[in-house]
Design a binder for this molecule. Structure first.
Ligand SMILES: Cc1ncc(COP(=O)(O)O)c(C=O)c1O
Length: 419
C-alpha cells in the first residue's frame, strides 16, 4: 500500500447490493415515505435494543428537540427553566435547549469526557428540570450515577446516544432504559449509517404515542394507515396541535434495516481497532488515551487521545495523509455559549488537547501502525501526559473532580485568557 494513501477520520460503509435491494422494494411498491419500512425499522430497532418504544425521525437533532418539547409539555416547565448539559458535544445537543426557550447550564466532564456527576450536582438549582447526558464516542462514563442523581432530585434524564448505537452494559443490556428518553443518530458517519436519520425512544408509552403526532404536524393518523385502512373514511383525520414534519421515511429506513444487521459485527471491528490503537499507543510517552468505562461494551464510535501541542500534531498527521478530527471544540469556546465557560475547566483543558483518530470499517491494522508511527515521531515525549496528570489528581483527592477543577481553573486562565 502507498504509504501516503489518505486515511480518513470517518468513511461510512454501506452494503451496497443489499441496501439497494431493500430500497428497490420501496420503489417497486411505490411507497417511499412514512410507512411499511419505517414501521419495520422501528420494530427491528426495538427488538435489537430492548427499548420498548422507538420512533424513527429524520435526525437525532430533531429527536433531541422533541424530547425536550414533550417532557416540557408533559411536566409543565416554564420558559427559562434550566437543563444541565455538557460543553463537550456537537452543538445539536445545546441548540435544542435554546430552541425550546430553556436555559443550558454547563456542567463539567470527567476523565471519560462525559458529564461528571459531582459537577452536575453542583449545578442543580430550583429551576433545573432535566439533564442531557452525552455518551461521547460510545462511552457510558458515569451515566448510572447521573441517572441515580436525577432520580433522587426529581430531574428528567435525556440520553444523547448519537454515538451509542450498539453500546451495551456489561450485563449485555443495551443502553437506554436508565433515561426517560434516549435519542440515537443514524447520520452517515455514525455506527448505524443511513444518509440522515435518528430514533427517539421514550420510556413512557404515552409520550411515544404523542411524539408520533409531533413528527407529523399534529395529525393523529398517518397516511400509510389511512391508505391501508378499510372503508370510506380513509381521508378523515384530526389535527390535535401544531407539529413538525420530522418523521423518518422508508428509503432511510431501508438503509437502516440493512445497517442494523451489521451493527454488532461492525462494532466488534471498531473495538478491535481500539485494541490495536491501545497496544501501539501505550508505548508512546506523551499520548494519553481516553479511557472507556469498564461498565460498558462500547460502540466505539470514536477513538480519542489527548496530547500537548495538539494543533502541531494534527498538522503533522495531515502532512502524511492522515485526517484526524476533534470531538469536540467545547461549546463555550463558541461566542454564543461563552457565558458558560467558567463552569467547564476540564472540558476546556481537554478540548484543547483532544484528537480523534481514524475509526471506521476500512481502517486496517497497517493503518493503525502507520498512524501510531507518525504519532511516535511527532509527539513531544517530554510533554506532560494529560491522563497521567488527571489520574494522579484523581488518586490524590477524595473528590477528584473538584480537585482537578481547582487546579485546571488556574491553568486554563493562564493558558487561554478569554477575550
Ligand atoms: C453528540 C451528538 N449529538 C447529536 C448529534 C446530531 O445528530 P444528527 O446529525 O442525526 O442530527 C450528533 C451528530 O453528530 C452528535 O454527535
Amino acid at each position: 500500500m502507498d504509504k501516503n494513501e489518505p486515511i480518513q477520520l470517518f468513511v461510512p460503509h454501506f452494503r451496497v447490493d443489499e441496501t439497494l435491494a431493500e430500497i428497490r422494494e420501496c420503489l417497486e411498491k411505490g411507497w417511499t415515505g412514512l410507512g411499511f419500512k419505517t414501521v419495520a425499522f422501528e420494530n427491528a430497532w426495538s427488538a435489537y435494543s430492548g427499548l420498548p418504544h422507538s420512533h424513527f425521525v429524520n435526525s437525532a437533532t430533531v429527536g433531541l428537540q422533541l424530547a425536550l418539547r414533550l417532557l416540557s409539555e408533559n411536566d409543565g416547565w416554564n420558559e427559562g427553566d434550566e437543563v444541565i448539559t455538557t460543553a463537550l458535544t456537537f452543538v445539536s445537543t445545546n441548540h435544542v435547549i435554546l430552541h425550546e426557550r430553556l436555559t443550558p447550564v454547563f456542567a463539567d466532564v470527567d476523565e471519560f469526557l462525559c458529564l461528571d456527576p459531582s459537577s452536575v450536582e453542583a449545578q442543580i438549582t430550583p429551576k433545573t428540570r432535566a439533564v442531557i447526558f452525552v455518551g461521547l464516542g460510545g462511552n457510558t462514563g458515569r451515566l448510572q450515577e447521573v441517572a441515580e442523581l436525577c432520580q433522587k432530585r426529581g430531574l428528567r434524564l435525556i440520553l444523547d446516544a448519537a454515538h451509542m448505537a450498539g453500546t451495551r452494559w456489561s450485563s449485555g443490556m443495551h443502553v437506554g432504559p436508565e433515561a426517560d428518553v434516549t435519542v440515537f443518530s443514524f447520520q452517515a458517519v455514525k455506527n448505524l449509517p443511513t444518509a440522515d436519520s435518528g430514533m427517539i425512544c421514550f420510556r413512557d408509552a404515552k409520550l411515544d404515542e404523542e411524539v408520533r403526532k409531533w413528527t407529523w404536524l399534529g395529525i393523529n393518523k398517518d397516511t400509510y394507515s389511512r391508505t391501508h385502512s378499510q372503508g370510506s373514511y380513509k381521508w378523515m383525520y384530526d389535527v390535535e396541535h401544531v407539529g413538525f414534519k420530522s418523521h423518518g421515511n422508508s428509503i432511510m429506513a431501508a438503509m437502516g434495516l440493512v445497517s442494523l444487521r451489521y451493527l454488532d459485527i461492525d462494532n466488534a471491528y471498531r473495538r478491535q481497532l481500539a485494541t490495536w490503537y491501545d497496544q501501539r499507543l501505550t508505548e508512546i510517552a506523551g499520548v494519553s488515551r481516553i479511557p472507556m468505562s469498564t461498565e460498558c461494551e462500547s460502540s466505539r464510535h470514536l477513538y480519542q487521545i489527548a496530547v500537548d501541542k495538539r494543533d502541531e500534531v494534527m498538522l503533522a498527521l495531515n502532512s502524511q495523509g492522515v485526517s484526524p478530527g476533534v470531538h469536540y471544540r467545547e461549546n463555550t469556546a463558541y461566542r454564543m455559549y461563552e457565558g458558560g465557560a467558567a463552569s467547564v475547566p476540564v472540558a476546556r483543558y481537554m478540548s484543547d488537547r483532544l484528537i480523534s483518530l481514524p475509526m471506521h470499517m476500512k481502517v486496517t491494522k497497517q493503518d493503525v501502525d502507520r498512524v501510531a508511527g507518525i504519532l511516535a515521531s511527532v509527539v513531544d515525549s517530554s510533554a506532560k501526559n494529560v491522563s497521567l496528570e488527571l489520574a494522579k489528581l484523581r488518586g490524590q483527592y477524595a473528590n477528584a473532580t473538584s480537585a482537578i477543577q481547582r487546579v485546571l481553573t488556574n491553568e486554563v486562565a493562564v493558558a487561554r485568557p478569554r477575550s
